[in-house]
Design a protein around this ligand. Structure first.
Ligand code: NAP
Length: 244
Protein backbone atom coordinates (compact mmCIF):
# COMPACT_ATOMS: atom_id res chain seq x y z
CA UNK A 1 0.00 0.00 0.00
CA UNK A 2 1.29 3.45 -0.89
CA UNK A 3 2.07 5.92 1.89
CA UNK A 4 -0.26 8.94 2.05
CA UNK A 5 0.67 12.62 2.18
CA UNK A 6 -1.43 15.78 2.45
CA UNK A 7 0.11 19.01 1.17
CA UNK A 8 -1.64 22.32 1.87
CA UNK A 9 -1.47 25.05 -0.78
CA UNK A 10 -0.22 22.44 -3.23
CA UNK A 11 -1.03 23.98 -6.60
CA UNK A 12 1.77 26.57 -6.87
CA UNK A 13 5.38 27.25 -5.95
CA UNK A 14 7.01 25.25 -3.17
CA UNK A 15 3.84 23.22 -2.45
CA UNK A 16 3.58 22.08 -6.06
CA UNK A 17 7.24 21.05 -6.20
CA UNK A 18 6.77 19.09 -2.95
CA UNK A 19 3.74 17.31 -4.45
CA UNK A 20 5.69 16.39 -7.63
CA UNK A 21 8.56 15.02 -5.54
CA UNK A 22 6.29 12.87 -3.36
CA UNK A 23 4.69 11.48 -6.54
CA UNK A 24 8.14 10.36 -7.70
CA UNK A 25 8.52 8.54 -4.37
CA UNK A 26 5.22 6.66 -4.92
CA UNK A 27 3.04 8.39 -2.32
CA UNK A 28 -0.72 8.76 -2.71
CA UNK A 29 -1.21 12.52 -2.60
CA UNK A 30 -3.95 14.72 -1.18
CA UNK A 31 -3.63 18.19 -2.66
CA UNK A 32 -5.35 21.03 -0.84
CA UNK A 33 -6.33 23.79 -3.26
CA UNK A 34 -8.48 26.91 -3.67
CA UNK A 35 -8.41 27.06 -7.47
CA UNK A 36 -9.89 24.01 -9.19
CA UNK A 37 -8.25 24.62 -12.59
CA UNK A 38 -4.77 24.57 -11.05
CA UNK A 39 -5.72 21.50 -9.00
CA UNK A 40 -6.84 19.64 -12.16
CA UNK A 41 -3.58 20.53 -13.93
CA UNK A 42 -1.53 19.35 -10.95
CA UNK A 43 -3.52 16.11 -10.76
CA UNK A 44 -2.63 15.36 -14.40
CA UNK A 45 1.04 16.18 -13.80
CA UNK A 46 1.19 13.92 -10.76
CA UNK A 47 -0.38 10.99 -12.60
CA UNK A 48 1.99 11.52 -15.54
CA UNK A 49 4.92 11.19 -13.13
CA UNK A 50 3.46 8.09 -11.51
CA UNK A 51 0.31 6.36 -12.73
CA UNK A 52 0.29 3.99 -9.74
CA UNK A 53 -0.63 6.66 -7.20
CA UNK A 54 -3.98 8.05 -6.08
CA UNK A 55 -4.61 11.79 -6.07
CA UNK A 56 -7.26 13.38 -3.83
CA UNK A 57 -8.24 16.98 -4.54
CA UNK A 58 -9.39 18.72 -1.37
CA UNK A 59 -10.79 22.23 -1.58
CA UNK A 60 -10.32 24.46 1.44
CA UNK A 61 -9.16 27.72 2.99
CA UNK A 62 -6.93 26.44 5.78
CA UNK A 63 -7.55 29.51 7.92
CA UNK A 64 -11.13 28.24 8.38
CA UNK A 65 -11.74 25.52 10.96
CA UNK A 66 -14.74 24.07 9.05
CA UNK A 67 -12.70 23.76 5.84
CA UNK A 68 -9.88 21.92 7.64
CA UNK A 69 -12.40 19.67 9.39
CA UNK A 70 -13.89 18.78 5.98
CA UNK A 71 -10.47 18.12 4.41
CA UNK A 72 -9.53 15.66 7.15
CA UNK A 73 -13.00 14.06 7.20
CA UNK A 74 -12.56 13.24 3.53
CA UNK A 75 -9.07 11.82 4.13
CA UNK A 76 -10.45 9.66 6.94
CA UNK A 77 -13.32 8.40 4.75
CA UNK A 78 -11.11 7.66 1.73
CA UNK A 79 -7.91 6.47 3.39
CA UNK A 80 -8.58 6.14 7.13
CA UNK A 81 -4.95 7.16 7.72
CA UNK A 82 -2.37 9.82 6.93
CA UNK A 83 1.40 9.25 7.01
CA UNK A 84 2.68 12.74 6.20
CA UNK A 85 1.29 16.26 6.56
CA UNK A 86 3.11 19.10 4.84
CA UNK A 87 1.91 22.49 6.09
CA UNK A 88 2.93 24.61 3.14
CA UNK A 89 0.12 27.12 2.47
CA UNK A 90 1.16 30.63 3.40
CA UNK A 91 0.69 34.31 2.61
CA UNK A 92 2.55 37.55 3.18
CA UNK A 93 1.09 41.06 3.49
CA UNK A 94 4.11 43.22 4.18
CA UNK A 95 4.17 46.74 5.55
CA UNK A 96 6.03 48.84 8.09
CA UNK A 97 4.42 48.66 11.52
CA UNK A 98 2.85 52.13 11.42
CA UNK A 99 1.19 51.36 8.10
CA UNK A 100 0.15 47.81 8.85
CA UNK A 101 -3.59 47.40 9.34
CA UNK A 102 -5.12 45.15 11.96
CA UNK A 103 -6.70 43.17 9.11
CA UNK A 104 -3.36 42.50 7.39
CA UNK A 105 -1.82 41.44 10.69
CA UNK A 106 -4.67 39.07 11.53
CA UNK A 107 -4.99 37.64 7.99
CA UNK A 108 -1.38 36.51 7.93
CA UNK A 109 -1.59 35.02 11.43
CA UNK A 110 -4.85 33.26 10.52
CA UNK A 111 -3.40 31.46 7.49
CA UNK A 112 0.25 30.94 8.49
CA UNK A 113 -0.21 30.13 12.17
CA UNK A 114 -3.82 29.30 13.05
CA UNK A 115 -4.26 27.27 9.83
CA UNK A 116 -1.15 25.25 10.67
CA UNK A 117 -2.54 24.63 14.15
CA UNK A 118 -5.84 23.32 12.70
CA UNK A 119 -4.02 20.95 10.35
CA UNK A 120 -1.61 19.77 13.06
CA UNK A 121 -4.57 19.03 15.34
CA UNK A 122 -6.58 17.02 12.80
CA UNK A 123 -3.51 15.22 11.42
CA UNK A 124 -2.34 14.22 14.90
CA UNK A 125 -5.69 12.53 15.54
CA UNK A 126 -5.32 10.38 12.40
CA UNK A 127 -1.63 9.64 13.00
CA UNK A 128 -2.01 8.64 16.67
CA UNK A 129 -4.29 5.79 15.62
CA UNK A 130 -1.59 4.32 13.39
CA UNK A 131 1.34 5.14 15.67
CA UNK A 132 3.21 6.66 12.75
CA UNK A 133 3.44 10.12 11.32
CA UNK A 134 5.57 12.90 9.93
CA UNK A 135 4.46 16.52 10.29
CA UNK A 136 6.52 18.97 8.26
CA UNK A 137 5.76 22.70 8.31
CA UNK A 138 7.23 25.33 6.03
CA UNK A 139 8.31 28.21 8.25
CA UNK A 140 10.86 30.85 7.17
CA UNK A 141 14.27 32.26 8.13
CA UNK A 142 12.35 35.42 8.93
CA UNK A 143 10.74 33.51 11.82
CA UNK A 144 14.22 33.23 13.33
CA UNK A 145 15.82 36.55 12.34
CA UNK A 146 12.84 38.90 12.03
CA UNK A 147 12.60 41.25 9.06
CA UNK A 148 11.59 44.86 8.67
CA UNK A 149 8.17 45.24 7.08
CA UNK A 150 7.16 41.72 8.08
CA UNK A 151 6.14 41.74 11.75
CA UNK A 152 2.98 39.80 10.93
CA UNK A 153 4.74 37.23 8.73
CA UNK A 154 7.76 36.89 11.05
CA UNK A 155 5.51 36.38 14.08
CA UNK A 156 3.49 33.72 12.26
CA UNK A 157 6.60 31.83 11.16
CA UNK A 158 8.26 32.05 14.60
CA UNK A 159 5.01 30.64 15.96
CA UNK A 160 5.20 27.70 13.55
CA UNK A 161 8.70 26.86 14.83
CA UNK A 162 7.50 27.05 18.45
CA UNK A 163 4.45 24.88 17.69
CA UNK A 164 6.72 22.38 15.94
CA UNK A 165 9.02 22.06 18.95
CA UNK A 166 6.06 21.78 21.34
CA UNK A 167 4.12 19.21 19.34
CA UNK A 168 7.29 17.14 18.82
CA UNK A 169 7.50 16.82 22.61
CA UNK A 170 3.81 15.93 22.91
CA UNK A 171 3.66 13.12 20.37
CA UNK A 172 7.20 11.81 19.93
CA UNK A 173 6.47 8.67 21.96
CA UNK A 174 3.76 7.80 19.44
CA UNK A 175 6.38 7.58 16.67
CA UNK A 176 5.33 10.86 15.10
CA UNK A 177 8.07 13.31 14.16
CA UNK A 178 7.39 17.03 13.85
CA UNK A 179 9.84 19.31 12.04
CA UNK A 180 9.95 22.69 10.35
CA UNK A 181 11.83 23.78 7.25
CA UNK A 182 12.83 27.43 7.10
CA UNK A 183 13.58 28.59 3.58
CA UNK A 184 15.48 31.76 2.87
CA UNK A 185 14.77 33.48 -0.45
CA UNK A 186 13.17 30.97 -2.83
CA UNK A 187 12.12 31.83 -6.39
CA UNK A 188 8.30 31.56 -6.51
CA UNK A 189 5.21 33.77 -6.98
CA UNK A 190 5.65 34.93 -3.39
CA UNK A 191 9.05 36.52 -4.09
CA UNK A 192 8.37 37.42 -7.75
CA UNK A 193 6.57 40.63 -6.75
CA UNK A 194 9.40 42.00 -4.57
CA UNK A 195 11.18 45.09 -5.91
CA UNK A 196 14.29 44.46 -8.04
CA UNK A 197 16.45 46.73 -5.82
CA UNK A 198 15.46 44.72 -2.77
CA UNK A 199 16.27 41.44 -4.57
CA UNK A 200 19.72 42.78 -5.60
CA UNK A 201 20.41 43.78 -2.00
CA UNK A 202 19.33 40.34 -0.74
CA UNK A 203 21.52 38.53 -3.25
CA UNK A 204 24.61 40.33 -1.94
CA UNK A 205 23.85 38.89 1.54
CA UNK A 206 23.62 35.26 0.38
CA UNK A 207 27.01 33.46 0.63
CA UNK A 208 26.03 30.96 -2.10
CA UNK A 209 25.26 33.93 -4.40
CA UNK A 210 21.96 32.61 -5.70
CA UNK A 211 18.34 32.44 -4.70
CA UNK A 212 17.00 29.03 -3.71
CA UNK A 213 14.79 26.87 -5.92
CA UNK A 214 11.55 25.16 -4.94
CA UNK A 215 13.42 21.87 -5.40
CA UNK A 216 15.88 22.79 -2.61
CA UNK A 217 12.90 22.77 -0.22
CA UNK A 218 11.03 19.81 -1.73
CA UNK A 219 14.09 17.55 -1.42
CA UNK A 220 14.25 18.25 2.31
CA UNK A 221 10.51 17.62 2.76
CA UNK A 222 10.81 14.20 1.10
CA UNK A 223 13.89 13.42 3.21
CA UNK A 224 12.14 14.36 6.49
CA UNK A 225 9.25 12.08 5.54
CA UNK A 226 11.59 9.16 4.82
CA UNK A 227 12.85 6.37 7.06
CA UNK A 228 16.31 7.99 6.91
CA UNK A 229 14.97 10.88 9.02
CA UNK A 230 13.24 8.73 11.65
CA UNK A 231 15.40 10.05 14.56
CA UNK A 232 14.98 13.73 13.68
CA UNK A 233 12.23 15.61 15.50
CA UNK A 234 11.57 19.07 16.95
CA UNK A 235 14.01 20.63 14.49
CA UNK A 236 13.89 23.75 12.37
CA UNK A 237 16.02 23.11 9.29
CA UNK A 238 17.23 26.28 7.63
CA UNK A 239 17.73 26.21 3.85
CA UNK A 240 18.88 29.69 2.89
CA UNK A 241 22.20 29.49 1.01
CA UNK A 242 23.92 30.71 4.17
CA UNK A 243 21.90 33.95 4.49
CA UNK A 244 21.24 33.72 8.21
P1 NAP B 1 3.20 30.97 -3.30
O1 NAP B 1 3.81 30.65 -4.60
O2 NAP B 1 2.59 32.31 -3.06
O3 NAP B 1 2.13 29.83 -2.95
C1 NAP B 1 1.37 29.88 -1.77
C2 NAP B 1 0.41 28.71 -1.74
O4 NAP B 1 -0.37 28.78 -0.54
C3 NAP B 1 -0.58 28.76 -2.91
O5 NAP B 1 -0.81 27.45 -3.37
C4 NAP B 1 -1.83 29.33 -2.27
O6 NAP B 1 -3.04 28.94 -2.89
C5 NAP B 1 -1.74 28.70 -0.88
N1 NAP B 1 -2.59 29.40 0.09
C6 NAP B 1 -2.49 30.67 0.51
N2 NAP B 1 -3.44 30.95 1.41
C7 NAP B 1 -4.17 29.80 1.58
C8 NAP B 1 -5.28 29.45 2.37
N3 NAP B 1 -5.86 30.32 3.20
N4 NAP B 1 -5.76 28.19 2.29
C9 NAP B 1 -5.19 27.28 1.46
N5 NAP B 1 -4.13 27.57 0.68
C10 NAP B 1 -3.62 28.82 0.72
O7 NAP B 1 4.27 30.82 -2.13
P2 NAP B 1 5.55 29.86 -1.95
O8 NAP B 1 6.75 30.68 -2.15
O9 NAP B 1 5.39 28.61 -2.73
O10 NAP B 1 5.43 29.59 -0.39
C11 NAP B 1 5.05 28.35 0.17
C12 NAP B 1 5.38 28.38 1.66
O11 NAP B 1 6.77 28.62 1.84
C13 NAP B 1 4.64 29.49 2.42
O12 NAP B 1 4.27 29.02 3.70
C14 NAP B 1 5.70 30.57 2.55
O13 NAP B 1 5.46 31.41 3.63
C15 NAP B 1 6.96 29.73 2.72
N6 NAP B 1 8.19 30.43 2.39
C16 NAP B 1 8.43 30.88 1.12
C17 NAP B 1 9.63 31.54 0.86
C18 NAP B 1 9.98 32.06 -0.50
O14 NAP B 1 11.03 32.71 -0.62
N7 NAP B 1 9.21 31.80 -1.54
C19 NAP B 1 10.56 31.75 1.89
C20 NAP B 1 10.27 31.28 3.17
C21 NAP B 1 9.09 30.61 3.40
P3 NAP B 1 -3.72 29.82 -4.07
O15 NAP B 1 -3.03 29.42 -5.33
O16 NAP B 1 -5.15 29.41 -4.00
O17 NAP B 1 -3.49 31.27 -3.72
Amino acid sequence: MNKKVLITGATRGIGKEIALNFAKEGYDIAINFRNIESANILEQELLEINKDIEVLKLYGDISKYEDCEKIFKEIKEKWNCLDVLVNNAGVRKDNLVLRMSEEDFRDVIDVNLVGVFFCMKFATKLMLKNKFGRIISISSVVGVSGNKGQINYAASKAGVIAMTKSLAQEIGRKNITVNAISPGFIESDMTETLEEDYKDEMLKEIPLSRFGSTKDIADMAVFLASEKASYITGQNIIIDGGLL
